[in-house]
Design a protein around this ligand. Structure first.
Ligand code: PBG
Length: 331
């Protein structure tokens, strides 16, 4: 056969060795940040599986310490905490209580694992009786969170996490101006070197469903569409990201991950700051459920999805798969 010359891409795919040599994107253990749900409880043995997220648990501080110890032994370098307080109220008192559940957990983890980076989610939704991410006007029917009044509480929460020893704070509430409010409060309190990772481009996503079971934070009325972004909007995401960098965010996050790879890529092109993405609860649950049914190879899909997030531009990935990934690496 006398064919004209054509590209032989397969030459570089003939063996594992050559494929490894030319691989462009690699997921490293240190790229991943694990998420934990810690519960304020008198039962030190409290460890409750989250139905919609196989392999994930609500944990007492003692159980958290145990679980984190195992993950650190596997090579985990960073994690982020969500708190479930005993009591919720209209002003989210538990969020900025210096003896609140997240504050207790930070102290414990930093004492036991000084080299572990402990980040915290800064938001009020797990602490408000109505489940919204900020303060509401009396009689509110729509979840129209009061922006500027909420900023003070978010700033207080971040400072309280810092005082407990957190290494990074991550506001996820989507109020306008919160990065500036938090940066100012942290600086005033003497935490000039504490980085802020802002959930800058956060969509009003149905992929958060399982998380709301895990964190018991579903809004009792209305939804989050008056503060989280419309899934159809990309340019608006860039606007949000630019605003947060200007306000002082050190790391910018796009959330969810896989359904928003185009947004991740666009932010990567536009901004020269470290970029994070959050592979959210629904993404995790879909992969786990299909794998449990034998419909997909769960480990392979996990690796492929993490690789896709890095390839699109993420420097770091918040993922519930962190421990699974580390176990797989250790094999
Ligand atoms: C708090 C918060 C949420 C998530 C992270 N921080 C829930 C929400 O905004 O409704 C979702 C994470 C996930 O689905 O894994 N506001």
């Amino acid at each position: 056969m006398d064919l004209p010359k054509f590209h032989r891409g397969r030459r570089l795919r003939t063996s594992t060795t050559i494929r490894d040599l030319v691989r462009e994107t690699v997921v490293r253990p240190e790229d991943l940040m694990m998420l934990y749900f810690v519960v304020e409880t008198d039962d030190p043995n409290f460890k409750k599986p989250i139905d919609a997220m196989p392999g994930q648990y609500q944990l007492s501080v003692d159980q958290l310490e145990k679980q984190v110890g195992e993950a650190v032994a596997l090579g985990m370098r960073s994690c982020m905490l969500f708190g479930l307080p005993k009591e919720k109220d209209a002003v989210a008192s538990g969020a900025y209580d210096d003896n609140g559940i997240v504050q207790q957990a930070i102290r414990r983890l930093k004492k036991s694992f000084p080299d572990l980076l402990v980040a915290t989610d800064v938001c009020l939704c797990e602490y408000t009786s109505h489940g919204h991410c900020g303060l509401l006007k009396e009689g509110d029917k729509k979840g129209l969170v009061l922006n500027d009044q909420t900023l003070d509480l978010l700033a207080k929460t971040a400072v309280s996490h810092a005082k407990a020893g957190a290494d990074m704070v991550a506001p996820s509430d989507m109020m306008d101006g919160r990065v500036l409010a938090i940066r100012t409060a942290l600086d005033e309190a003497g935490y000039k070197n504490l980085p802020i990772m802002s959930y800058a481009v956060k969509y009003a996503s149905s992929f958060y469903g399982p998380f709301r079971e895990a964190a018991e934070s579903a809004p009792s009325h209305g939804d989050r569409r008056t503060y989280q972004m419309d899934p159809g909007n990309l340019r608006e995401g860039l606007r949000e990201a630019i605003a947060d960098v200007e306000e002082g965010a050190d790391i910018i996050m796009v959330k969810p991950g896989l359904p928003y790879l185009d947004v991740l890529y666009a932010v990567r092109q536009e901004l020269h700051v470290p970029l994070a993405t959050y592979q959210v609860s629904g993404e995790y649950s879909m992969i786990k459920a299909a794998a449990q049914n034998g419909w997909i190879d769960g480990e392979a899909v996990m690796l492929e999805s993490l690789t896709a997030l890095k390839r699109a531009g993420a420097d770091l990935i918040l993922t519930y798969f962190t421990e699974d990934f580390l176990r797989l690496q250790g094999k």
